[in-house]
Design a protein around this ligand. Structure first.
Ligand code: SF4
Ligand code: SF4
Length: 309
């Protein structure tokens, strides 16, 4: 457990529940008598894009605000984020900082691959969610519970926090119960981590800046170069990918029609070909395929396959 204040950063993808996980952690700590502050950062992106959420827990008032650049604990909702340049999940991490990663692979293996700082801890939260709930994707309760365990909070507070926060987002009683069971299983599978409280350097005083008026033609957002959307490779937002079983495909083109990102083209045999550089892994194509010809494969941190039929 910590002495004065600790800073926790959740790194996830839009839709995985990093924001709610942060709220669950904050509420669990609050119920144990700590001061808690949590805030999410979405950026301008959508489902699958990297997002962060920040939690500060303290024994007294918290005067610090904003992003956490020097975390005492990091939770990564998906191992694929480690290789994501823009997500910068290990920014500010020191050798002794615990870094929890949702992965089926051993911590040493992931650490050896990246030669990066931090004390890695792994647990296959997605695998457990698939086995227990039959669902992939939203991991908020489990991640919140893991974080609570790592900082040394008690199970009773986690139980109440999961129930309270999931009720607030409008989930049914049975869904909350399923998530709670998964969360408590994850809570018991990890151990409290020794935390080193960082003391951020005093920021130099910044002079106040008076904004200048800009005419709307100059001050509003504009597209300055045409047809450059393909340069943004959204394929690394994916945590699961669609894969074709050609034997079951009847060539109906429905997957092509439903893909919101134009990431499917049809070949001469009327079979879909996936552009994995841009497929975000929304899996709408899988949902809509009438013959169940599309199966779902989990992504790992290794190299991604390019276009494939
Ligand atoms: S999962 Fe399917 S529908 Fe979604 S972006 Fe990828 S190819 Fe398109
Ligand atoms: S929706 Fe399914 S059956 Fe139809 S073309 Fe796509 S993969 Fe084949």
């Amino acid at each position: 457990m910590f002495c004065s204040m600790i800073r926790i950063r959740f790194q996830g993808r839009g839709g995985q529940g990093a924001k709610t996980a942060a709220r669950i952690l904050g509420t669990a700590a609050f119920l144990e008598g700590f001061t808690a502050q949590d805030s999410p950062l979405y950026g301008a992106e959508r489902r699958g894009a990297p997002v962060s959420a920040f939690v500060r827990l303290a024994r007294g008032p918290i005067f610090e605000r904003g992003l956490i650049a020097h975390p005492d604990l990091v939770l990564v909702a998906d191992e694929t984020l480690l290789a994501h340049q823009a997500a910068r999940v290990l920014e500010g991490v020191k050798d002794e900082t615990p870094v929890f990663i949702n992965s089926s692979r051993p911590a040493q293996e992931l650490k050896a691959e990246g030669a990066c700082p931090g004390r890695f801890i792994t647990l296959d939260v997605t695998g457990l969610a698939l086995a227990r709930l039959g669902k992939r994707g939203v991991l908020s309760a489990a991640l919140g519970a893991v974080a609570a365990r790592l900082v040394g909070l008690k199970e009773a507070g986690v139980r109440s926090a999961v129930e309270q926060e999931l009720r607030e987002v409008g989930l049914s009683a049975s869904t909350i119960e399923q998530n709670l069971t998964l969360a408590l299983e994850c809570f018991r599978l990890v151990s409290a981590a020794p935390l080193t409280e960082s003391v951020p350097a005093e920021a130099p005083p910044t002079p106040l800046w008076t904004p200048q008026y800009e005419a709307p033609g100059r001050g509003s957002a504009r597209i300055t170069a045409p047809a450059n959307a393909p340069l943004h490779e959204t394929g690394d937002w994916r945590t699961f990918r669609p894969v074709l079983d050609p034997e079951k495909c009847n060539g109906c083109w429905l997957c092509f029609a439903y893909c919101p990102d134009g990431a499917i083209r049809m070949d001469r045999q009327d079979k879909p070909v996936f552009d994995y550089d841009h497929c975000k892994g929304c899996l709408l194509c899988v949902e809509e395929c009438p013959t169940h010809a599309l199966i779902v494969e989990r992504e790992t941190a290794g190299p991604r396959r390019k276009e494939t039929a």
